[in-house]
Design a protein around this ligand. Structure first.
Ligand code: FAD
Length: 543
């Protein structure tokens, strides 16, 4: 196989031009080219408004030897195919019961998918509804404000990322090939093939909902089972000391109120960062956990055309996707302020999951066709900031902010013009930037939600971002709050074997504190599946 790197073409190039360039670089004619695969595509905007795509391409030709003899170019190498992710079941310990996975977010879904593929016949328990019913619940909430505490933007099939921008990039190092595997499985279940090579792959909420449904069908076809409206309320243990292990789960059907016990020796807790009641239950049951740093702040909206103009030098990028940005600054007290989960052409969403508390986040559709760009602007807070109330102190800090946001917005998403935020006075209405929000909003004083140090750091950050992205601190940009569910405020401690101190309990994904985003959570779910496959014999090989 031949790999070409740094293959550069103008942003408006055609497929034919890419093929021609490959032929030219390898000095072959069309007949000698058997196939090519794009491995990577990234945008080079350093010389705007002249924009280029830079490619890495793997090429198969009819006579590789002759190309090798003739072509000398540092960007062309001759190599074997990349190693593929491999997961085998090697374990011999028999299982008396099917393994159980709690949560069908990316971590639970991928753990379930891999285990089902290997014959473990996992049972997936999800407190929320299936994705179709969940969509109706969320739309109703955005329309009339009636929250279903079990089926909302955080809870239900697909987990927290289902109503998201669907960004699939991750910074997690990945020599084992899990990242590529996650993207490949997504593509096999309905994502566009382009996610396999784009530098910043994205699918959007409309595509994600289909993917999670298709993955559920695959899990079921491979012998797994997915139960919705199934809230794990408690755990049952057996043995003592180092021998203490999980023996079963107490499950409530949240529709009927019926409770039942599920026996199992393996429980993967892929519960996400918003399952505060489940964190509390696990803490009461002695699971080792610790408070960790996380970040809180606001979401800010600007016209997408402004962002396109700054990033591309052109506010009508016909051939380019709506532009994104990533910004960092240091506030005067030394804290980092940074943008997070930026959604080009997206919407701010009311992402609450508890009565009387309000949280926001960002979402987009695949076309990212909305008129505004939005992003979180957040500041890191650590256990020193939110007090010494034990491992769950961060949860209480989040709750206080969310209660303040709920009060400020009278139950609706509180919004404010940045000019008024700076002057610490309520806004009366919008300027030229119309808020694009899923859920009702209320013009108020967003600044009043935050303790003084956070309110100031957020303002300083937004002013500093102006230097990098002119227009960022414009008077009529719209801030909303509170962006409090950026990552888990808790870490569920686990060993190198992925197990917590309680044998058979595998904490994983974002809620356990080992991931931050859809792809990294999915990769962590795969790691849990690997750990289980290493120890236990697949369920379908039992007598
Ligand atoms: P989750 O996805 O949170 O899934 C946990 C699941 O467990 C939930 O479905 C929950 O209902 C279930 N559960 C919890 N407790 C129980 C219980 N006791 N019993 C049964 N079930 C239970 N990340 C990105 O990478 N890109 C983005 O563009 C992006 N945008 C986002 C937009 C929004 C609006 C939100 C809310 C998040 C976004 N994220 C994004 C973050 C991303 O969604 C999370 O990082 C990811 O979903 C974490 O995956 P997870 O499987 O660890 O947990």
């Amino acid at each position: 196989m031949i790999r070409i790197t740094q293959l550069k073409l103008s942003a408006a190039h055609t497929k034919e031009e890419l093929k021609d360039k490959i032929l030219k670089l390898l000095r072959i004619d069309g007949q000698a080219l058997l196939s090519y695969t794009i491995r990577k595509q990234s945008l080079d905007a350093r010389k705007k408004p002249d924009l280029y795509y830079v490619y890495t391409v793997d090429v198969h030709v009819s006579d590789e030897r002759s190309v090798k003899k003739r072509v000398r170019n540092n960007n062309i190498s001759f190599r074997g195919p990349d190693p593929e992710y491999v997961l085998k079941s090697e374990g011999e310990r028999p299982l008396a019961h099917r393994p159980v996975i709690i949560g069908t977010g990316p971590a639970g879904l991928f753990c379930g998918y891999e285990l089902a593929r290997l014959g473990y016949r996992p049972i997936l328990l999800e407190r929320g509804a299936d994705v179709d019913a969940r969509q109706e619940d969320v739309m109703r909430f955005w329309k009339d404000g009636k929250l279903d505490p079990h089926s909302n933007v955080q809870f239900g099939e697909g987990g927290a990322g289902t109503f998201s921008d669907g960004k699939l990039n991750t910074l997690v190092k990945d020599p084992e090939g899990r990242n590529a595997r996650v993207l490949r499985v997504f593509a096999e279940h309905g994502a566009p093939e382009a996610i396999l090579y784009e530098n910043k792959p994205h699918v959007g909420t409309d595509v994600l909902t289909g993917i999670v449904k298709n993955m559920r069908h695959s899990i079921e076809t491979m012998g797994g089972e997915v139960r919705f409206h199934s809230l794990v309320q408690d755990i049952r243990t057996a043995g003592e000391g180092l021998e203490k292990r999980i023996a079963g789960l107490a499950v409530e059907d949240t529709q009927t109120g019926e409770q039942y016990r599920l026996e199992t020796e393996i429980a993967v807790f892929a519960i996400g960062h918003s399952a505060r009641d489940t964190f509390e239950m696990l803490y009461r049951r002695g699971l080792s956990m610790e408070a960790k740093s996380f970040a809180v702040g606001v979401r800010i909206e600007h016209p997408q055309s402004m962002v396109d103009m700054v990033q591309y030098g052109n506010d009508h990028p016909d051939v380019l996707p709506p532009a994104s940005y990533k910004l960092t600054a240091k506030a005067s007290d030394g804290r980092g302020v940074y943008t997070f989960c930026m959604c080009p052409g997206g919407y701010v969403v009311n992402a609450s999951s508890e009565e009387g508390r309000l949280a926001v986040n960002g979402m987009s559709y695949q076309d990212r066709g909305g008129q505004n760009a939005n992003s979180a602007v957040i500041v890191t807070v650590s256990p020193e900031d939110y007090g010494a109330g034990g491992p769950l102190a961060g949860v209480e800090f989040q709750r206080k902010l969310e209660e303040a946001a709920f009060r400020a917005g009278e139950g609706k998403v509180p919004v404010q013009l940045f000019k008024d935020y700076r002057e610490d006075r309520p806004s009366a209405g919008e300027g030229t930037v119309a808020p694009q929000i899923k859920g009702a909003c209320c013009w108020t004083n967003v600044r009043s939600i935050f303790p003084t140090f956070l309110a100031r750091d957020i303002e300083e950050g937004i002013l500093a971002f102006e230097r990098k992205l002119p227009g960022y601190s414009r008077d009529d940009s719209v801030v909303s709050a509170v962006e409090s569910r950026t990552s888990s405020p808790v870490r569920l401690v686990r060993g190198a074997d992925m197990e917590s101190g309680l044998r058979g309990v595998y904490p994983c994904g974002e809620g356990a504190g080992y991931a931050g985003g859809i792809t990294s959570a999915a990769m962590d779910g795969m790691k849990a599946a690997e750990a289980i496959a290493k120890l236990y014999r697949p369920f379908d090989k039992h007598d």
